[in-house]
Design a protein around this ligand. Structure first.
Ligand code: GLU
Length: 387
């Protein structure tokens, strides 16, 4: 059988593949420590679940508008205004099946063959694949641990060509956990404006910050930056709602209309009653978020202390999200071989850095319980010492 050419250009999602394998091993009764997918282990807060249940009881079980329930679009616009200082109305919002679909549909709506999309590395593994699926060309800017895995405004400027359409900014970052300072965001915004390119700001981890790190949406850097900004975000990471599949885009109306057309011919609306849970997430109390972030902060410290005590590993301290990205290059083993052997020999699941454009590293998610972290780090220590 001859499949479409576009399929041959992309690789399967390694985060999803390794996570599925780890979950299957667990279901088979294997004592596995999984640090694979970035998925909070907390239950979705009760008031959110209750709101979805009430919506079900009220018969909110039918098709809705492809762009989302009007009440949810309004709640998202309000949140962006009050929390992020971004002046959006409901017309500027589309509700999507997770942050992933928001980015995918955006690429479909904006990228033509030959368009270049600038992506700093290490990057979330689906960005380049989405760009390729849309027929575009990913242009990767490498960064180093020494530079805090952040690009400078000058690096962005140098990567821009007449073909550049879009720049993908992700702060806090998956996989490194780095966070751009407000000043760095403002400097990058100035380059975006100067060269008149678009920026999509993936802000899915905006609430998961440590040690006083601050999040500034690039769209709030200046009115000119706002005009060129598309915000992508969702509920999964902040409210432990991974399985609900609710994300969104905020952008100028013509972009939202284009994405809505694509959605109207592909998935239609996001599960109607689930959207009522999302309304409660934004309109309800935010203490659940603070509690989860406090737990992540403790887990981060426990994991970092354990990792940095393992000879040959080096791990910078992340300021946000719930990943660490230790460097394994001193061990002389490729990230994919390291992670396969670790899973096979010690039943510890991690994601090879090569999936994120950094073969010298591995990614571990600490959105999991402290007991698993302690046990997993002991196993990792034993594994590294056995190499
Ligand atoms: N975004 C999460 C991660 O990076 C979930 C898996 C995925 O969608 O890639 O682990």
């Amino acid at each position: 059988m001859k499949l479409a050419g576009r399929v041959g250009q992309v690789s399967p999602s390694m985060t999803l593949a390794i996570d599925a394998k780890a979950k299957a091993m667990k279901a088979d009764g294997i004592d596995i420590c999984s640090f694979s997918a970035g998925e909070p282990d907390f239950d979705t807060p009760k008031h959110i679940v209750e709101a979805a249940k009430t919506a079900l009881d009220q018969g909110k079980t039918r098709y809705g508008p492809a762009a989302g329930e009007p009440k949810l679009r309004e709640a998202i616009a309000q949140k962006l205004q009050h929390v992020n200082n971004l002046c959006y109305g409901a017309d500027n919002i589309i509700v999507t099946n997770g942050g992933k679909q928001s980015l995918y549909n955006l690429m479909m709506a904006m990228i033509d063959p030959g368009d270049e999309v600038i992506i700093p590395a290490p990057y979330w593994l689906s960005y380049p694949e989405m760009v390729k699926l849309a027929g575009g060309t990913p242009v990767i800017i490498p960064t180093t641990a020494e530079a805090g895995y952040r690009i400078t405004a000058e690096q962005l400027r140098q990567a821009i060509t007449p073909q550049t359409k879009l720049f993908i900014l992700n702060s806090p970052s998956n996989p490194t956990g780095m966070v751009y300072t407000p000043d760095e965001i403002r400097a990058i915004a100035a380059v975006v404006v100067e060269h008149d390119i678009w920026v999509v700001s993936d802000e899915i981890y905006e609430k998961i910050l440590y040690d006083g790190a601050q999040h500034l949406s690039i769209g709030a850097a200046s009115p000119e930056a706002y005009d060129r900004t598309i915000v992508s975000s969702g509920f999964a990471k902040t409210y432990a709602m991974t399985g609900w599949r609710i994300g969104f885009l905020a952008a100028p109306v013509p972009i939202i209309q284009a994405v809505s057309t694509i959605q109207g011919h592909s998935t239609s609306n996001v599960c109607t009653f689930a959207q009522y849970g999302a309304i409660a997430a934004y309109e309800g109390p935010q203490t659940c978020v603070t509690e989860m972030v406090t737990a992540f902060a403790e887990r981060r410290q426990v994991m970092l202390d354990a990792l940095n005590a393992i000879p040959g590993l080096q791990c910078p301290k992340p300021d946000g999200a719930f990943y660490v990205f230790p460097d394994i290059s001193k061990l002389g083993i490729k990230s994919i071989d390291f992670c396969s052997a670790l899973l096979e020999q010690k039943q510890v699941a991690a994601i090879p850095g090569i999936a994120f454009g950094a073969d010298s590293c591995i990614r571990l998610s600490y959105a999991t319980g402290l007991d698993t972290i302690r046990k997993g780090m002991e196993r990792l220590d034993a594994f590294v010492r056995s190499l």
